[in-house]
Write a protein that binds this ligand. Structure first.
Ligand code: 6PG
Length: 257
């Protein structure tokens, strides 16, 4: 499978991969998902991934149930979580879990007990607490959450990621899950998000960005020094010991210098 047109390592722990289009980006991501899942299972007996909502990862998700990828994935050892969720029941079009279920998980050979949605049918506060308890069940030593093998994220045109929006105040002792209840732009006000300490402890974080409408933001997020994480929440994603991989299509990379 052909890979990036450009592969410009920014630092040992950050890679910026640029693909001709979302289709090739997604196929590459599916191939890498297989590799990450197989490695994690071989090394630790399980593969824990946190999924993103939004449009960009949907093609990756459908690739994962194509036989060429599906048949190589260790589904029996795969555990799926979500990085954020709207306060919406699974049958709602706004539900990240519901979209993933309908689009691919219903056809994936994963044991039902290994899919861990954020409970959008609860209030945001209750769902945040409930999911904090879920994360504790899988916690690594010294943490209240698991070290994810893979975290998928997207980036909004305003630089948000998961449900970490511009201007969101985060304290030094930010809990692993947050209820996001302030109105922000046209976004539904009731959401739950995992927080930077959780994302940044992952072994690998992928940020999937596609489309010309992201180009201006991406150029600023990648170039502005010093970082302004209050303005561009995606800049809060800096894995402590893991790797940050940007998977970007040509259209989104169009204004990168
Ligand atoms: C969501 C995610 C959100 C998303 C970005 C990018 O649930 O929608 O929380 O952070 O990843 O808004 O979305 P697109 O991939 O649709 O551009």
């Amino acid at each position: 499978m052909s890979r990036a047109a450009a592969d410009a390592p920014n630092a040992a722990s950050e890679r910026r991969l640029i693909f001709p289009d979302l289709e090739t980006l997604s196929a590459y991501a599916a191939q890498q998902w297989v590799a990450r899942a197989q490695d994690a299972t071989a090394q630790r007996g399980r593969f824990l991934a946190a999924l993103a909502g939004g449009e960009t990862p949907q093609r990756l998700y459908t690739w994962l149930i194509e036989p060429r990828f599906r048949d190589q994935i260790p589904w029996a050892h795969t555990y799926l979580f979500w990085g954020d969720e709207r306060s919406a029941p699974p049958e709602s079009p706004g539900s990240n879990y519901g979209a993933a279920w309908r689009g691919w998980l219903a056809q994936a050979p994963i044991p039902a007990g290994q899919i861990w949605p954020i409970r959008g049918e609860l209030s945001a506060e209750a769902a945040a607490q409930d999911y904090a308890a879920t994360l504790r069940q899988f916690a690594d030593p010294g943490l209240a959450w698991p070290v994810f093998d893979l975290v998928l994220l997207g980036m909004g045109t305003d630089g948000h990621t998961a449900s970490l929006f511009p201007g969101l105040a985060l304290s030094a002792d930010t809990p692993p899950t947050l209820a996001v209840t302030a109105h922000y732009g046209d976004r539904p006000a009731q959401r739950v998000t995992l927080t930077p300490p959780v994302f940044n402890s992952a072994r690998e974080v992928w940020v999937l960005v596609a489309g010309a409408n992201k180009a201006q933001t991406l150029a600023q997020v990648w170039s502005e020094e010093p970082p302004q994480p209050d303005r561009w929440p995606i800049q809060r994603i800096r894995p402590n010991a893991g790797r940050l991989v940007w998977l970007v299509d040509n259209a989104a990379a169009g204004l990168v210098g």
